[in-house]
Design a protein around this ligand. Structure first.
Ligand code: PBG
Length: 327
């Protein structure tokens, strides 16, 4: 036998020499959920050990992330019911929760990269990522709101805006308004290939943002998010977002879509983010609580697989857990 593959697997020293994929704190975006109030740190039921923070505790959390080497956060807000409508008005409030959250993070930790979720669903009384019209989610009017929302986040100090809605043409609208208003250096991370996934369930619990029952609109997001059965349009969506001015593109969810990650990695020449979503987190937490899976080993295997598939960066609820293990 001339070829013995096991020679390079004999011990940890040789394995670590030949290892192709190394995970580091630089790989992560940390999603953070923000709520009104003071001293609030509430665990999300379907996301064990993951919390919503009020602004005062958000500051402390962000400082801790920085000391762990985690240098980018992705902010989401839980909007009180009485501020939800069908127009996203509260999203444009210069003193809204998101705008204050951005300032809070920058005050607590000026070097922390702040990315913000741009989407209407947390502000929508219908739980949709667009303005609900008669039998449809209205695309172009929603784009104007998303662009204004992005501008508002940029003014509050966001480094990157991250539109997660999947309306057509929104990257162009956002980029154009940011340029017109002088925010040349505010980046756009586009959720470009975002699938209509059932793995978002726990996130919708976290923000209380699930679509509601409506007469002539389905209680799902399939008219704007992509069909999990499709591959070619993921590339089309992504190339289009790049033409419209996206700086970073994203595939979401992660694990079930690693073929898409690889396709896109090979098709584009800009960074590719992958979102390991709430349901992926919940699944592992539940199985490990039952003693059916080893939490840390499975977590690391998943993260390594996402990076191996082609992710430049990973938005993950496991970021802190991973960094504790690798440092
Ligand atoms: C909505 C949005 C969702 C997520 C991020 N932004 C849910 C959805 O599309 O309904 C999901 C993230 C996760 O599940 O972790 N704009």
């Amino acid at each position: 036998m001339l070829i013995r593959n096991r020679r390079v697997r004999q011990n940890e020293a040789i394995r670590s020499l030949v290892r192709e994929t190394i995970v580091s704190p630089n790989d992560f975006l940390v999603p953070l959920f923000v709520v009104e109030g003071k001293g609030v740190k509430e665990e999300i039921t379907s996301m064990p050990n993951y919390y919503r923070y009020s602004l005062d505790l958000l500051a402390a959390e962000v400082k801790e992330l920085w000391t762990l080497g985690l240098k980018a956060v992705l902010l989401f807000v839980k909007v009180p019911d009485n501020l939800k409508d069908n127009s996203g008005a509260e999203a444009l409030n210069p003193d809204g929760l998101m705008q204050r959250a951005i300032k809070t993070v920058k005050d607590a930790c000026p070097q922390m990269l702040v990315m913000t979720d741009v989407a209407m669903d947390p502000y929508s009384k219908f739980g949709h990522d667009g303005i609900v019209g008669d039998g449809e989610i209205i695309n172009d009017d929603t784009n104007s709101v998303l662009a204004e929302m992005s501008l508002s986040h940029a003014k509050a100090g966001a480094d990157f805006v991250a539109p997660s809605d999947m309306m057509d043409g929104r990257i162009f609208e956002i980029r154009s308004l940011l340029e017109d208003e002088g925010f040349h250096n505010t980046g756009i991370m586009s959720y470009s290939a975002k699938y209509a996934s059932a793995f978002y369930g726990p996130f919708r619990d976290a923000l209380d943002s699930a679509p509601v029952d409506l007469k002539n609109i389905p209680k799902d997001k399939k008219t704007y998010q992509m069909d999990p059965a499709n591959r070619a349009e993921a590339i089309k969506e992504t190339l289009q977002d790049i033409e419209e001015g996206a700086d970073i593109v994203m595939v979401k969810p992660g694990l079930c879509y690693l073929d898409i990650v690889r396709d896109i990695k090979e098709a584009v020449n800009i960074p590719v983010a992958v979102y390991q979503v709430s349901g992926e987190y919940a699944m592992l937490k539940a199985a490990s609580e039952k003693g059916w899976l080893d939490h840390d080993s499975v977590m690391m295997e998943q993260i390594i697989s996402i990076k191996r598939a082609g992710a430049t960066m990973i938005a993950s609820y496991f970021a802190k857990d991973v960094v504790r293990i690798i440092s």
